[in-house]
Ligand binder design. Structure first.
Ligand code: C5P
Length: 231
């Protein structure tokens, strides 16, 4: 089910709740990242969940399979709807993550893989990581690994969504940041697309931060993103 996910890139609970208090009608699907989670801990996740929001917990796990399995078990108890890991942790880690995430009743949050971080360039990949293949191929290979390990999708650019679907199937989810309104400020994002274009390109979920959180009227900006993305 396609949706707009609002990135709660705030430093603490007070700022986050001040923002969420503006939404009285529809409760947006939200993303909690490392900054807020490390500042406030699991309590903030439970509190936002109790307020009626769906949650993508963006903690990008990457460790040995046993550690990731146990950590995912803890996250599944937080009742989040989506969480993620680094595909660079390899197949055994991804399979262990799924195992840890699956609750006793068989349900589990969606599990999404980060392929190569968008901050990693071809040059850095070759020089620091000693990976010498073209970065697009590395991204697609990691996406296929995630798919084969049983994961639900990847985080990628909307511009890559079509290619990911072609390689991994239409049902394999693409969760895509890098979204801006047509006349908006790009900030530090380089390759950006509008919500409407992201829909055309096949994104399943768009992750939108500053165009909504820094808007003069965040609720109106959210409604606009929803309308443009869902069509
Ligand atoms: O403010 P903005 O819309 O750029 O926020 C995008 C959100 O998506 C941020 O939380 C950012 O960390 C995250 N993200 C990203 N690019 C990636 C992965 C995650 O912008 N490749």
């Amino acid at each position: 089910m396609k949706d707009v996910i609002v990135a709660l890139d705030f430093k603490d609970r007070a700022q986050t709740l001040e923002f969420l208090d503006k939404f009285t009608d529809k409760k947006p699907y939200v993303k909690i990242g490392m900054e807020l989670f490390y500042a406030e801990g699991p309590a903030i996740v439970k509190e936002i969940k109790a307020r009626g929001h769906k949650i993508f917990l963006d903690l990008k796990l990457h460790d040995i399979p046993n550690t990731v399995m146990k950590a995912m078990k803890v996250l599944s108890r937080l009742d989040v709807d989506m969480c993620n890991l680094h595909a660079a942790g390899a197949t055994a880690m991804m399979e262990a993550a799924l195992q840890g995430l699956t609750r006793e009743d068989g349900t589990r949050p969606l599990l999404i893989a980060v392929t190569q971080l968008t901050s990693t360039s071809q040059e850095a990949m070759e020089r620091d990581l000693w990976i010498e293949k073209p970065i697009d191929e590395v991204v697609m290979h990691y996406a296929e690994n995630a798919k084969n390990a049983g994961l639900d999708g990847v985080v990628c650019s909307p511009l890559e969504a079509g290619k990911v679907h072609a390689r991994c199937g239409e049902k394999f989810l693409t969760v895509t940041p890098g979204v801006r309104f047509a006349e908006g400020d790009k900030g530090d994002q380089v390759r950006v697309t509008t919500p409407a274009r992201a829909r055309e390109l096949g994104s399943d979920y768009i992750v939108v931060g500053r165009p909504i959180t820094a808007a003069t009227d965040p609720v109106a900006a959210y409604e606009r993103a929803l309308k443009e993305f869902l069509g």
